[in-house]
Design a protein around this ligand. Structure first.
Ligand SMILES: [Zn+2]
Length: 125
């Protein structure tokens, strides 16, 4: 039996399962890196004051996303995993449009479509 490939951008259950596995691996890797980083003399931002940390991290979030900050990456991976659980994975958080499969495969924890991601980047100046 030949199953014709779904040409739509919608992710199939099998694809989501594969992505979930990938995300879990990425998370384990990011956690490992974060631990290694903590062993060096590069302290992460204090997490003792969530309100302060939140106000400081809002604009930096995208920068961290680009620089591959391990701590932030873990947060994004966890958010992506939660979205899979909720069945809302694969959509842009800003415009709610499906994120193209190609982008998801390249960046499984992508939160935005290319368009919104690019807009965020240019907003940073
Ligand atoms: Zn978007």
């Amino acid at each position: 039996m030949v199953i014709k490939k779904n040409t739509k951008e919608t992710l199939t259950a099998a694809e989501i399962k594969e992505i979930k596995k990938q995300l879990e691996e990425l998370k384990a890797d990011a956690e490992k890196r974060l631990k290694e980083k903590k062993d060096m003399d590069m302290p992460e931002a204090e997490v003792g004051d969530p309100i302060d940390a939140a106000s400081q991290s809002l604009d930096k979030e995208i920068l961290f996303e680009l620089s591959g900050n391990s701590h932030n990456t873990i947060g994004q991976i966890e958010a992506a995993l939660r979205k899979i659980e909720k069945g809302i994975y694969g959509r842009c958080e800003l415009c709610r449009q499906p994120i193209p499969k190609k982008r998801i495969k390249a960046l499984p924890f992508a939160r935005y479509c290319v368009h919104c991601q690019t807009s965020s980047e240019s907003n940073l100046g």
